[in-house]
Write a protein that binds this ligand. Structure first.
Ligand code: NAD
Length: 313
């Protein structure tokens, strides 16, 4: 198959490109390199089945030949990135998603939208099933991301209903692994960076807020299974194992062989207190669940952070 991956130079997108190429497909990555990096794809520079095109999805894309599937991952994704680019974020999820849907429609390709657990906001239902409509502040600082993704989901469903297009919506929960940017403001990259510098880990609030982290190869596998399914309605992809931020700090320090040492900071506005996916639909519809344990995933990621720090030094 010939597949387009928008946001292909980003963290998850670059792993998706690798996996699709390994499965024998030909891949075109579109990226404006705003939060992604071409180093994430530099190992593919000699690959004849791969091409990176520098392009902003907010501009129409005329295409590069036939396509069977379009994965739309292009969007600032970490709080630091989307708070620094609020309007670009809203436009990526609206205009950008429309442009990618139009590309898919033109080629009768399947369209897969990378959405997010942020569509649940600060959830009042726990764990979150796809049927939960969420508790989102529509005008708070994080709304630029949450509402852009909610709009993307609504637009994908509208294209499905109006044109009978094959559309998919993946609600991704926290994902981690090699190629995460170390200073992107998210808790896990920050912890890994701090532990390797021998600094205390920064915990926001009292650290009792929970997160669930899924290793990137599992998320990529879920996206591919979803694309192959016939399910137009949202499907959660993420780890059902919930950890408090303090527990995470402990595991990271333990794996790195560092002494326990955290520093507390005030909680940012609208920081969700609990997040855990109900993955019953992914299990049932896709036969999917995460395979890589937190310990194994963290070990691999820590190794990658060490190797990349050594390469930079
Ligand atoms: P990332 O920032 O590493 O990747 C996003 C990519 O999109 C970057 O390469 C960036 O340059 C590109 N991009 C941004 N705006 C663009 C535009 N207008 N045109 C073209 N390219 C553009 O982030 P990621 O963590 O890999 O996230 C990928 C997708 O998954 C995002 O849509 C994000 O919302 C979603 N997601 C990620 C997580 C997570 O934990 N990482 C969780 C939920 C959802």
């Amino acid at each position: 198959m010939r597949i387009l991956v928008s946001g292909g130079a980003g963290f998850i997108g670059s792993h998706l490109c690798d996996r699709l190429l390994a499965d024998g497909h030909s891949v075109v990555a579109l990226d404006n390199l705003s939060t992604g990096r071409d180093e994430n794809l530099s190992h593919l520079s000699d690959c004849r089945s791969f091409r990176l095109i520098q392009h902003d999805i907010c501009d129409p894309f005329e295409g590069t030949g036939p396509l069977d599937c379009v994965y739309n991952l292009a969007s600032p994704a970490s709080p630091r990135d989307y708070l620094a680019a609020p309007i670009e974020t809203l436009l990526a999820g609206s205009l950008g998603t429309r442009n990618m849907l139009e590309v898919a429609r033109r080629h009768a390709a399947t369209f897969v939208q990378a959405s997010t657990s942020e569509t649940y906001g600060d959830p009042l239902v726990h764990p979150q099933p796809e049927s939960y409509w969420g508790n989102v502040n529509p005008i708070g600082p994080r709304s630029v991301y949450d509402e852009s993704k909610r709009f993307s989901e609504a637009l994908a469903m509208a294209y499905h209903r109006k044109y009978g297009m094959e559309t998919r919506v993946a609600r991704l929960f926290n994902t981690y692994g090699p190629r995460m940017r170390r200073a992107d403001g998210r808790v896990l990259p920050a912890f890994l960076d701090q532990v390797l510098r021998g600094e205390p880990l920064s915990v926001f609030g009292d650290g009792s807020q929970t997160r669930s982290f899924c290793y990137v190869s599992d998320i990529v596998d879920g996206l591919i299974r979803l694309a192959r399914s016939a399910e137009p309605k949202p499907v959660n992809l993420g780890s059902p194992t919930e950890l408090t931020v303090l527990e995470l700090a402990e595991i990271v320090q333990d794996l790195a062989g560092a002494a326990p040492h955290v520093r507390f900071h005030p909680l940012p506005e609208d920081d969700p207190k609990r997040r855990r996916p109900d993955i019953g639909r992914a299990r049932r519809l896709l036969g999917w669940e995460p395979r890589i344990s937190m310990e194994e995933g963290l070990r691999r990621t820590l190794q990658w952070v060490r190797d990349s720090s050594a390469a930079e030094a």
